[in-house]
Ligand binder design. Structure first.
Ligand code: SF4
Length: 473
């Protein structure tokens, strides 16, 4: 069943073909159905990795003959791809699953599937089994490649299915993909995580790190560029350890260099990077590859070395600052973004001040800020946490105010510059574009500009975004 050509196992081609045969059988089951193709509705929570997983589920569903709808009420099958990273996300998912009891009552025969990280947590799977009887199929990220087989069993035998065994994980290639329309695409380069940061559930639900073979990744990027994608994000929980399980010696810097050789005008982004593994070699590769976007997302989480140790992050405040300095020495105008957690258990007021001072020292372009959320089963969930919620909330507000001011000042410095941006969409306010460093630019213009690289003069800014107009226009 598994090809063992390196320390990570790869699902064999025959196994994927078997899954595609299940898809064909399901399509045949639907063929006698009157009134057009059956409808599927997918809902994704959480990170881009989940978005990429949903694109594969939609690929399988399309092979099964499903068309897509955004309305759960009219769907024959609903898939919720869930996130377990924060309590809030879990509550949202359970709220959404709870509401589906009504759609199922209105549409008997509707099938409800829950997958993703939350489904892999034993206590959540148990809750779904006991208290959410409307759910028919539950499976974790490791079982995604077997979705057709599980779904076929559901359709042909009835009875609820729970498939949440946590295996070591494997790499599956050849799963069909239905991507979101547009010029952006996500390409997973690896799955899982070995780091066990003390607050994080990911290693428990997504398994150990395993890298895709470079030739498969490069073939996918080539295909995407040929299909018109212009902004490609390489995904992994910690892309910096890409290749550690591969026989050929390719690391992430090497992968970036190889992707940079693919012909065409496009940008390469990546996320996420762990500071302990962000190497000088990667910084050099970024500086030398013209397609590597000048944007680095480097989560620091805390400015206090003591808190970083309690988080099991395995770098110090000084080590982090050294990495930033090394990166900026090679790419002075790099756009730097980060994640920070406020109110980690045991964080003192003084340690919070260290976080603020790090923010003021680095001057990030943008920050993703979170108040600590305990995740059942992680070490941090049982650490003493004496700071009252109100004090954490006050710290959070202070931090946001400091970062807002920095973001506003950094954005203001763009005014008058001309940047080559990718027009990537439109909303009710007009066209949207992204600078190479991934800052949002709003502009007016015809839809024919969508999907094109354009020189844009920046004419205005606020803390969230820039405004601009086509240069020479
Ligand atoms: S590096 Fe840490 S925070 Fe990121 S996924 Fe792994 S354990 Fe979670």
């Amino acid at each position: 069943m598994l090809e063992e050509h390196r320390s990570t196992q790869k699902i064999s081609r025959e196994d994927i073909c078997r899954q595609l045969r299940f898809c064909a059988e399901i399509r045949a089951l639907h063929s006698a159905r009157p009134g057009g193709p059956p409808l599927a509705c997918t809902q994704t929570y959480g990170c881009q990795q989940n978005e990429a997983d949903t694109e594969r589920l939609r690929g399988y569903l399309a092979e099964m003959g499903y068309a897509f709808t955004q309305s759960p009420a009219e769907a024959d099958v609903i898939i919720l791809n869930t996130c377990a990273i924060r309590e809030h996300a879990e509550h949202r998912v359970l709220g959404a699953v709870g509401a589906l009891v009504h759609t199922k009552r209105e549409k008997p025969g509707q099938l409800i599937c829950v997958c993703g990280c939350m489904a892999q947590e034993p206590h959540t799977a148990e809750t779904l089994k006991r208290s959410y009887r409307q759910v028919d199929l539950v499976f974790g990220p490791q079982a995604l490649w077997r979705f057709p087989e599980l779904f076929h069993r559901l359709l042909t035998r009835r009875g609820r299915i729970f498939d949440t065994d946590l295996s070591a994980g494997a790499i599956a290639e050849g799963i069909p993909v239905v991507r979101q329309e547009g010029v952006k695409a996500w390409v997973p380069v690896m799955y899982g995580c070995n780091n066990f940061c003390s607050y994080c559930i990911v290693p428990y639900v997504r398994g150990r790190e395993r890298s895709r073979a470079p030739e498969d990744i490069l073939a996918e990027i080539r295909e995407l560029v040929q299909a018109g994608c212009r902004d490609i994000t390489l995904l992994g929980q910690n892309v910096n350890s890409y290749g550690a399980d591969l026989a050929g010696g390719m690391d992430f810097a090497g992968l970036l260099r190889a992707a940079n050789e693919i012909p065409g005008e496009f940008l390469l982004r990546f996320m996420t990077s762990h500071p302990k593994d962000a190497s000088q070699e990667l910084f050099k590769a970024m500086a030398e590859c013209e397609k590597a976007a000048p944007h680095f997302h480097l989560p620091f989480q805390s400015g206090s070395t003591r808190v970083l140790e309690a988080m099991n992050r395995r770098y110090t405040r000084e080590g982090y600052l050294e990495k930033v300095a090394a990166l900026r020495a090679l790419i002075p105008d790099i756009v730097l973004t980060s994640d920070v957690i406020v109110g980690f258990p045991g964080e003192t007021a003084g340690e919070f001040e260290e976080t603020l001072s790090l923010i003021e020292e680095v001057r990030f372009d943008a920050l993703f800020t979170f108040i600590f959320s305990p995740r059942k089963g992680t070490p941090a969930a049982s650490m003493p946490d004496p700071m009252p919620r109100e004090e954490k909330a006050a710290h959070f507000q202070r931090l946001v105010a400091v970062q807002d001011k920095i973001s506003e000042e950094k954005h203001a410095a763009y005014i008058g510059k001309t940047l080559r941006c990718l027009v990537d969409g439109a909303d009710e306010k007009g066209l949207t574009a992204r600078t190479p460093g991934n800052r949002l630019v709003r502009l007016q213009g015809g839809e024919e500009l969508a999907g094109r690289f354009l020189d844009i003069v920046i004419t205005g800014a606020n803390k969230w975004s820039l405004t601009g107009e086509p240069a020479g226009g």
